[in-house]
Design a protein around this ligand. Structure first.
Ligand code: PLP
Ligand code: LYS
Length: 418
């Protein structure tokens, strides 16, 4: 099996593992997510060593919240960035330390705030004045001051897909820099709150560190103004966002990411937090899928695979391009095919004019599918969500089994008799 030229070495760890992918497909069925423990640990270690002891790496759970992966990262001492009460429960269940959890998100509910406060999380990354007041009032009823950072919106263009840009002035995320200072003064004088830091996150799949540095410079300027006014800060949370290799991207390394955000913050005397998600898990995962049928329509050839947009949404949602590879040797000639899923939507397309030796029954790997893959799977078209497997050396662990048809109907009820 050939490796695409230029593919970073860590992405190839999965393929170097002792377990042939076709055996995994036989054993667990397709479609099926397969992750490499070694690849995840390698990426984790790069972030950990780049940041050093003066900071904390808070893995963004939204990228892949599988319990076994959270447990793996917790054992390596990860902090976690969560965006819901559900993610908090997953982190705690997997053995994560609540005191290393930061809670982002524009719509935190009262129950979620209360639970996070009771669990003793490190910090709420507050996204509006109204949310700050809600957190303060929950803190008052719980008789526990709430640790807060304001997630500011530095108005920096992250140069990424508009759906995953979050730090522009007109985005729904964060608080405008100009409004933040007054809100910090208000929070610092509120006994229900404890100001801990400043947070931001400008977007995802960033392929240059320049916008990250620009954002960090704006955070540093705000931090200096706050410190001058006697507001002490424990940390600055620069968010996540580092891009990965899907087709031919050349993303910066974790070390370059850390250097880009740390340089402007260096003399502030605060610890630095980062919230990488995609950069830890994306390239460590593939989605294995089998070609069910080949067909021709309108002069095009289609390979219809058993994975659909319900299993892996990124291509349909963002028109995202991925490297697709044939896993099993095939006598079929290399030729352009559209690789499509079985879901009743034309957007259910994984690749157009992809050069493959496509043959019915052949196995394909959609690469770099470890982030925003299984977590975004749905049951659309009443399709059970796929299993997830972690390859660990010569072992393969089923870390989430395939959903059953019964589970698809669980919680629903038929109408009463009559
Ligand atoms: C607040 C916050 N932190 C971290 C992340 C993780 O981003 P990424 O997976 O791009 O590292 C996101 C998602 O974009 C986010 O919204
Ligand atoms: N789901 C997105 C990333 C979301 C980032 C969350 N703020 C993707 O697959 O690229």
């Amino acid at each position: 099996m050939s490796t695409p030229p230029g593919f970073a070495r860590y992405a190839d760890r999965l393929w170097a593992e002792a377990l042939p992918l076709d055996e995994l497909a036989e054993r667990f069925g397709t479609p099926c997510y397969v992750y490499s423990r070694a690849a995840i640990e390698e990426r984790w270690a790069l972030y950990r060593s780049a940041l050093g002891v003066a900071g904390d790496v808070c893995y963004a759970v939204k990228a892949n919240g599988n319990l076994a992966l959270l447990q793996l990262l917790a054992r390596h001492g990860a902090g976690f960035d969560i965006v819901s009460g559900g993610e908090l429960e997953r982190v705690l269940h997997a053995g994560g330390d609540a005191a290393r959890v930061v809670f982002s998100g524009v719509g935190k509910g009262t129950d979620e705030i209360r639970r996070a406060l009771q669990a003793g999380i490190r910090c709420f990354n507050v996204e509006s004045a109204a949310e700050l007041e809600r957190i303060a009032s929950v803190a008052a009823t719980e008789n526990t001051p709430a640790p807060v950072a304001l997630r500011v919106n530095p108005d920096v263009n992250p140069e990424t897909h508009p759906y995953i840009a979050t730090g522009l002035a007109q985005s729904k995320f964060g608080i405008a820099l100009e409004e933040a200072e007054a809100l910090y003064l208000q929070a610092a004088n509120d006994p229900r709150l404890e100001v801990r830091g400043i947070a931001c996150h400008i977007g995802s799949q960033l392929l240059s560190v320049a916008p990250l540095t620009e954002a960090a410079e704006r955070l540093a300027a705000l931090a200096r103004r706050l410190q001058e006014q006697g507001i002490s800060l424990d940390h600055i949370d620069a968010g996540g966002g580092l891009g990965v290799h899907y087709i031919d991207e050349q993303p910066p390394t974790p070390a370059e990411h850390i250097e880009a955000i740390s340089a402007p913050l260096r003399d502030l005397g605060v610890s630095v937090l980062v919230e990488p998600g995609r950069a830890i898990v994306a390239e460590a995962g593939i989605l294995l899928t089998r070609i069910e049928y080949l067909k021709h329509n309108g002069g095009k050839e289609f390979a219809i695979v058993d994975a659909g947009m319900n299993d892996y949404l990124r291509p349909a949602l963002y028109d995202a391009a991925h490297t697709l590879e044939a896993v099993t040797p095939s006598e079929a000639e290399l030729r352009p095919v559209d690789v499509v899923g079985p879901v009743c939507e034309s957007a259910d397309t994984f690749a157009r004019d992809c050069t493959l030796p496509a043959a019915a029954g052949g196995l394909l790997a959609i690469r770099s599918a470890g982030a925003y893959g299984a977590v975004m799977a749905s049951q659309y078209n009443a399709r059970p969500r796929p299993p997830e497997v972690l390859v660990d050396g010569t072992q393969a662990h089923l870390i989430r089994r395939r959903e059953t048809i019964d589970e698809l109907m669980s919680g629903e009820s038929l109408l009463p008799e009559g």
